[in-house]
Design a protein around this ligand. Structure first.
Ligand SMILES: [Zn+2]
Ligand SMILES: [Zn+2]
Length: 311
């Protein structure tokens, strides 16, 4: 709808449902065993297939420029989905280039739960974004209740990349590879004036948003930004292995380990960067056009200043 392609996520309670879905899908694509196949049905029709099998549909990375409902299909959900369908969609996946604050410029999203999934296409990317969910048991029914925020079930926190690090955060020029830096929305390259651009997620949301300032509904859980270790300056493969050997998991390192502990394992400079990342104090240059954002090389923190940082 709206001329664009979009990705949707389908969740099912049972493996047999997934098989049934796969069978239904095989009639609609050229080769169901390959990923990234085009399926020429509307998202509303996709919903009908998923819903009939007992699954739920959630729009994936809802604002990215090439393959998402807001990114390149429509400005408002009712342009794609019927009223009854919208009631059955429990959540929206934010994607790496957006966060709660940015997404809550859209009024119609107030009723939806936000998911911060990692959209991992390879193993090391699992957990770069995640949700902390309050459930009685780990099963489909409980997860659905949590997404619907019913019976005390809910998402208690979203953990995600600082959206600046996402691949499509700002508008990107395909002619001179410049990533926009001025206030969104940017529709034309600020450097060469070309309109051959890949629109940024931030730019798109501000373009179609209802609010000047983000307004989050009261049910919104906190959103914690994290900078995965692969983005932290000075952290290469060897360092990563040392850190994992000692601390076990990336989340331990990003959110729990103390400055002293980390610096004992990999030295004070990397420890400092990890702690600065945790506190949101690293300078980031935004991603765009399919390239991740980066941590800017910092001015050397002097010994004195270093001591003043109270880790
Ligand atoms: Zn996708
Ligand atoms: Zn340009």
């Amino acid at each position: 709808k709206g001329g664009g392609h979009s990705h949707q996520i389908a969740y099912f309670p049972y493996f047999k449902d997934i098989k049934e879905f796969s069978k239904a899908l095989s009639l609609l694509v050229t080769n169901v065993t390959l990923s990234s196949q085009n399926c020429k049905i509307s998202a509303q029709e996709a919903f009908q297939i998923i819903n009939k099998i007992g699954g739920i549909l959630i729009p994936a990375h809802a604002f990215t420029p090439h393959k998402s409902i807001y990114g390149n299909c429509v400005r408002r959900l009712p342009e794609i989905f019927s009223r009854a369908t919208l009631k059955k969609i429990p959540a929206i996946e934010l994607g790496l280039s957006a966060d709660t604050e940015i997404a809550d410029h859209l009024k119609e999203l107030a009723e939806y739960t936000f998911l911060t999934n990692s959209d991992a296409h390879s193993l090391p990317k699992i957990g770069r974004e995640y949700n902390i969910v309050e459930l009685e048991k780990a099963n489909f029914k409980e997860i659905l209740l949590a997404l619907q925020r019913k019976e005390g079930r809910k998402i208690i926190a979203n953990y995600g990349l600082d959206p600046k690090l996402g691949k499509y955060h700002r508008t990107f020029c395909e002619i001179c590879n410049y990533t926009a830096t001025s206030n969104p929305p940017v529709y034309k390259c600020e450097k060469c004036g070309s309109d051959k651009i890949v629109k940024g997620v931030f730019d798109r949301i501000i373009e179609i948003g209802d609010y000047q300032q983000s307004i989050s509904p009261s049910h919104r859980p906190p959103y914690y930004h994290q900078v995965p270790l692969e983005f932290v300056p000075g952290v290469g493969k060897k360092t990563l292995n040392k850190l994992f050997d000692y601390f076990g998991t990336e989340m331990n390192i990003l959110h729990k380990a103390s400055y002293q502990e980390i610096s004992r394992v990999v030295g004070f400079e990397i420890a400092q960067n990890i702690i600065l990342a945790r506190k949101g104090l690293l300078n980031l240059s935004p991603g765009g056009g399919g390239k991740y954002g980066k941590v800017k090389k910092k001015e050397k923190i002097s010994g004195d200043k270093n001591l003043q940082l109270n880790f």
